[in-house]
Design a protein around this ligand. Structure first.
Ligand code: BGC
Length: 829
């Protein structure tokens, strides 16, 4: 801390810290003979706190001090309150709710993870110019209660306006009926200055509809799944109760609370009579819909707002394309990120969980770091991770750790200790991030090195595997198609390489040699166990191939062959997605980097269930936890893990930035960049903007019938390699700062022309044609496989094939001919 601490943690002598207790109100009156030159309030709490000075709310933070590993690091925020003080009597007040320190956290229904009782820490530092006085939280405070009858992050807040003591936070209030305070022990060395942007009210949304449901309930639709709460203004009679229930989704015309599990997500306001504006203070919900009960008369949409609440980070990345569905997918990823950065990076903002799940942020980190400046929030979270890892001897699966069972090292989850600092370094180019995390990174890698079997594989212990593979059984999300230990060893190939690079960058030569050797050892073991000489990957799954291709495990020849096999698998699945958390961030890269851009686009643009765009077609405004959290018939997947707001599967947006937007960093921090959009998927334009240290990079391209325009704006001091998309001579340029534009002719697309006399192979060699053909076939024979790559496909025409299909109707024949005619036309237009 910058200033020595004088305050203590204080609590009401009457507080118990048990569930359902009213929030604690604290006040201290003091007299000033003169106004200070400067007055600074330093504030934190065990619980969540809102401070007042002379009746005014201090600052614009909400849910302060946010959530950190409190015993190691408890954030103290500083507020300038100079203008709020007067000569004469002044009052410093604070309300403390239960928040993360006391409230229940996790699905295990456990509470009081950090503290038995709520407590306030405050220091009002009064600088009189040459002399300083401090009004600090101590035994001179008085304690009472007020309108907040109960409050909890998961369950919501109840405010009874009749019980709010009028003027309690200003001079002249008689607090003689209030009680004493007591000191609570807490390590003052844990207090730290704010390391990240605080949680704030970032935006307000007006309702898009107010509806009456079939059962007669009033439901407000804010049009967007968000994290935050509702603020309303109401005129009501004394004792009127207004109840708000928050939900992500409506099923059969009514709000559905299944996705919030046991979280009550319910706020209540009890009127003292008259007109009030109210918003809960000590809770937040993940919701799009609010069911309002008890509203007097008709609910005027102007009376109610959704207040979007999250860590107030700076936006630095944007992408827009000519495809509205892709734009919605991008928007969904942005919103899921916003909704899940409420202090710590969480899995979801709505249910009885909202924990700092390591695997989720590991999958999404490159996307997050591009969209927002996350150095504050994720830098702080990594400090917590390192401290808890040191104290516990393992990287917890959730940080801060509130699970009752100890975690064990797992790929994609625990190895966030290595891959997150690495991702942040790649994005922001700051070696300080690596240096800060170095001990945590090396400890993790050495721990896993000690677990390898004699062959050098990570073949034992619990693994999450390709979590939520759509083919995993509903009750076993870790039981996907791809062998869990294959996933683990593949991720270890990646993290050992990142570790070796990190050591090299930091000049730790001996470590670099150690980790380099380990990386080579694990890679060789993986290849022996899982890869054939030609490049076939054991298990033959999309995730398995994606890992082997993108993690540099294969040689060049093997890589090309594996890419072909992967493309075949993806086509065979009808471009439905078949990956979970481990494979999804990689599959489009694995395809586009092995010459299968068309297949990557087909996968991205597929809308059937499960696919990237299926949720978008179902009206999703955020990324879902499961590919089919809502099933095609509109019902919620009954597995109990069906959040509509989990960012992990939105990691494909990183590929969209690099491939559709076309911007990649050649050097960490974008000192040198590559601008090379890969045009496909029928897109006709895209524009990307990214704020980097040197300024804004902008890329936009537009494809017209016979020409292409690329415009790139590069900040001074940055060098850009430009590869002109679809240029007939594959022209490249190297440019510096400024705006550069190229317009050039492109060959008219000359895709093939197909009919029923084409061979299956001819059609299969053109991904778009095969897809149209296969789709038409599948409407007649759902689930029946067709293999355009089998040896006989080279000579078997569609007409010949139809002779072998029992029950091939004229209608099927007609549909196949029409589908082939459509692609042939599309290709020549
Ligand atoms: C969370 C996930 C998390 C997983 C791992 C779930 O309940 O919501 O996103 O990574 O558990 O066990």
């Amino acid at each position: 801390m910058t200033t020595p601490t004088q305050g203590a943690f204080i609590t009401s002598a009457a507080s118990t810290g048990r569930e359902g207790e009213p929030a604690m109100y604290l006040r201290r009156a003091f007299s000033l003979a003169e106004r200070p030159v400067r007055a600074t309030l330093r504030l934190t709490a065990l619980g969540v706190v809102e401070a007042r000075v002379n009746g005014a709310v201090v600052g614009d933070e909400v849910l302060a001090p946010g959530w950190t590993s409190y015993r190691h690091r408890l954030v103290v925020s500083e507020h300038d309150v100079t203008d709020d003080l007067v000569v004469g009597e002044n009052v410093l007040g604070a309300i403390v709710g239960e928040g993360w320190a006391l409230g229940r956290l996790g699905w295990e229904n456990k509470r009081n993870h950090y503290a038995e009782r709520p407590a306030l820490f405050a220091e009002l530092v009064l600088d009189f110019g040459g002399r300083t006085e401090v009004i600090a939280s101590d035994g001179s405070f008085r304690a009472g209660t007020g309108g907040i009858r109960d409050n909890g992050i998961y369950d919501g807040e109840t405010f009874d306006a009749r019980l709010e003591p009028s003027g309690w936070d200003a001079a002249g209030f008689d607090d003689s009926a209030w009680g004493d305070v007591e000191t609570v022990e807490w390590p003052l060395e844990a207090l730290i200055d704010s390391p990240a942007e605080p949680i704030r009210r970032v935006e307000e949304l007006a309702p898009v509809a107010v509806m009456t449901t079939p059962s007669g309930k009033t439901v407000v639709d804010f049009g967007q799944n968000l994290s935050g709460r509702v603020r309303f203004t109401v005129t009501a009679e004394e004792g009127a109760v207004i109840t708000l229930r928050h939900a992500e989704v409506m099923v059969a015309g009514e709000i559905d609370m299944e996705t919030v599990r046991t979280a009550k997500a319910t706020d209540r306001f009890i009127s003292a009579g008259g007109t009030d504006t109210w918003e809960p203070r000590f809770t937040f919900h993940g919701f799009r819909y609010v069911e309002v009960e008890g509203w007097p008369g008709e609910l005027d949409p102007a009376a109610i707002r959704a207040v979007v609440t999250h860590s107030d980070m700076t936006r630095i990345g944007w992408l827009e394309t000519s495809d509205p569905l892709l734009n919605q997918l991008h928007s969904n990823a942005v919103w899921s990120m916003r909704d899940n950065f409420v202090g710590v990076p969480t899995d979801c903002p709505q249910r009885d969980e909202r924990l700092g799940w390591t695997g989720d942020i590991n999958a999404f980190a490159p996307t997050a770091a591009f969209l927002y400046d996350v150095r504050g929030v994720l830098g702080s979270w990594l400090r917590d991770l390192a401290l808890e890892q040191k104290a516990m001897g393992f990287v917890p699966w959730v940080v801060p750790d509130v699970l009752s069972t100890p975690s064990s090292p797992t790929a994609l989850w625990s190895d966030v200790a290595v891959s997150l600092p690495w991702a942040l370094y790649r994005e922001y180019g700051d070696t300080g991030i690596l240096a800060q995390a170095y001990e945590s990174m090396t400890t993790f890698i050495r721990q896993v090195a000690g677990l390898l079997d004699d062959d050098g594989l990570w073949s034992t212990g619990f693994q999450y595997g390709d979590w939520l593979d759509p083919d995993a059984p509903d009750d076993n999300p870790a039981g996907g198609k791809t062998d869990r230990h294959l996933v683990a060893s593949a991720y270890l190939c990646k993290t050992t390489r990142e570790m070796a690079e990190t050591a090299r960058i930091l000049g730790r030569d001996q470590d670099a040699a150690e980790f380099g050797a380990l990386a080579a050892h694990v890679r060789a073991a993986f290849r022996r166990e899982y890869v054939t000489e030609k490049g076939r990957v054991a298990g033959e799954t999309v995730t398995g191939y994606s890992l082997a291709i993108t993690f540099g495990i294969l040689d060049d020849d093997q890589r090309a062959h594996a890419g072909d096999l992967l493309a075949r698998l993806v086509a065979k699945a009808g471009y439905r997605i078949s990956t979970g958390f481990a494979g999804t961030p990689l599959v489009t890269d694995a395809l586009s980097s092995t010459g299968h851009l068309d297949e990557a686009y087909l996968l991205l643009l597929e809308t059937g269930c499960p696919s990237f765009l299926y949720p978008v077609t179902m009206g999703a405004t955020t990324i879902w936890e499961r590919w089919d959290s809502v099933r095609p018939d509109g019902t919620i997947n009954p597995s109990g893990m069906t959040s509509l707001n989990h960012y992990a599967l939105g990691a494909v947006v990183d590929w969209m930035h690099r491939t559709i937007g076309g911007l990649t960093a050649i050097e960490p921090g974008y000192r040198r960049v590559r601008i090379a959009p890969l045009v496909g998927g029928g897109l006709t334009s895209a524009s990307l903007r990214h704020t980097i240290a040197a300024g804004d990079v902008e890329v936009s391209w537009k494809r017209e019938a016979q020409s292409m325009t690329l415009t790139a704006t590069v900040p001074e001091g940055v060098t850009a390699e430009i590869a002109l998309p679809l240029h007939p001579d594959a022209e490249m340029h190297e440019v510096g700062g400024g705006t550069h534009s190229w317009t050039y002719g492109v060959p008219v697309a000359t895709g093939g022309s197909y009919d029923l006399d084409s061979t299956l192979k001819e059609i299969a060699d053109d991904a778009a044609a095969w897809r149209a053909f296969f789709d038409a076939f599948s409407t007649h024979f759902p689930g029946v496989p067709l293999d355009g790559t089998a040896p006989e496909a080279a000579f078997m025409t569609v007409n010949t094939m139809l002779e072998y299909v029992p029950g091939a109707s004229d209608e099927l024949r007609g549909d196949l001919a029409a589908a082939l005619a459509r692609v042939s036309e599309g290709a020549s237009s």
